[in-house]
Write a protein that binds this ligand. Structure first.
Ligand SMILES: [Zn+2]
Length: 291
């Protein structure tokens, strides 16, 4: 088959490097054209790396995040497109403050949907990825990212909808990222214990509702991508204002991750092609693609 294309839709710059990044790097390495669509500029992201919490960074966060994103895309071997909406920020406090005027989460659904439909009809992906209805975590931009992605997956194929946004294109499959899994964290935590170390995940695991079992209940697709974990970490670190290199994300030895959990997980949410679940390949069932 001729070229295969994968589009990963994300809310903020850095999300692409923490959710499904090694899978993207693998497909890109195998010759698939991969495009990340970033819905917002990440303008309201806090500076989470103490080493980058500098006066010269604060006034320039938008520009800096554009540079960080370009570097991460280069590391992963993917293309990237900004959709141009404004980060809503993560509202905190009780009661929660109102969302800032003009932010992405307050956009009427059809505005970002049309913008994404236009990119889909131009890039013509066979597979799209996004977040589930809970956003992966409850950031208003992540929940909106889910809503916009599902609406655009449907609308891009419909010639009646957004006729000025290009020729209709039917994306074959739509997936949700499910990288944040209790079982993965447990396996790695157990390995720390086996080695007589405390491990960084105890607090997370304690708080985790055992019924919250995405792996059993929702994951349909596990993509082997251990070879690309280092690229994933490098891409994440390229978002230097957002990622503390001393954070617990980076404390698990690479060899343990590759040996104990060599996959990334996805949920097939919509498909226009026949599928057999579970799968190990996002392109399974797409005509002309074997393996
Ligand atoms: Zn985000």
């Amino acid at each position: 088959m001729s070229e295969l294309r994968l589009m990963a839709v994300h809310a903020h710059p850095d999300d692409e490097s923490s959710k499904g990044a090694a899978t993207m790097a693998r497909y890109a390495d195998e010759g698939v054209r991969v495009k990340v669509v970033t819905l917002t500029g990440g303008e309201r992201g806090d500076i989470l790396n103490p080493a980058m919490d500098l006066p010269e960074v604060h006034g320039r966060i938008h520009e800096i995040r554009i540079d960080e994103m370009a570097r991460a895309a280069e590391i992963l071997g993917v293309e990237q497109h900004w959709l141009g909406f404004v980060d809503s920020g993560l509202p905190e406090g009780d009661p929660l403050p109102p969302l800032p005027e003009g932010c992405f989460a307050l956009e009427p659904l059809e505005v970002p949907t049309e913008a994404l439909v236009r990119v889909i009809r131009e890039f013509r992906p066979h597979v799209m990825t996004t977040y589930d209805e809970n956003g992966g975590y409850p950031h208003p931009d992540h929940i909106k990212c889910h809503q916009v992605s599902v609406a655009a997956y449907e609308a891009a194929a419909d010639h009646m909808l957004y006729p000025d946004a290009g020729e209709p294109w039917s994306v074959s499959k739509l997936y949700y990222n499910h990288g944040f899994l209790r079982q993965r964290m447990q396996v790695l935590q157990d390995e720390f214990a086996k080695n007589g170390e405390e491990g960084p995940f105890a607090k997370w695991l304690e708080k985790w509702d055992p019924d919250d079992d995405l792996l059993t209940k929702r994951v349909t697709t596990r993509v082997e991508c251990a070879k690309y974990f280092a690229q994933r970490d490098d891409a994440l670190l390229a978002h230097a204002t957002q990622i503390d290199p001393n954070s617990f994300f980076f404390t698990t030895p690479m060899e343990w991750q590759q040996r104990l959990w060599p996959t990334e997980e996805f949920e097939l949410a919509r498909s226009r092609v026949p599928v057999i679940l579970p799968e190990t390949d996002l392109f399974a069932g797409i005509e002309g693609h074997d393996g």
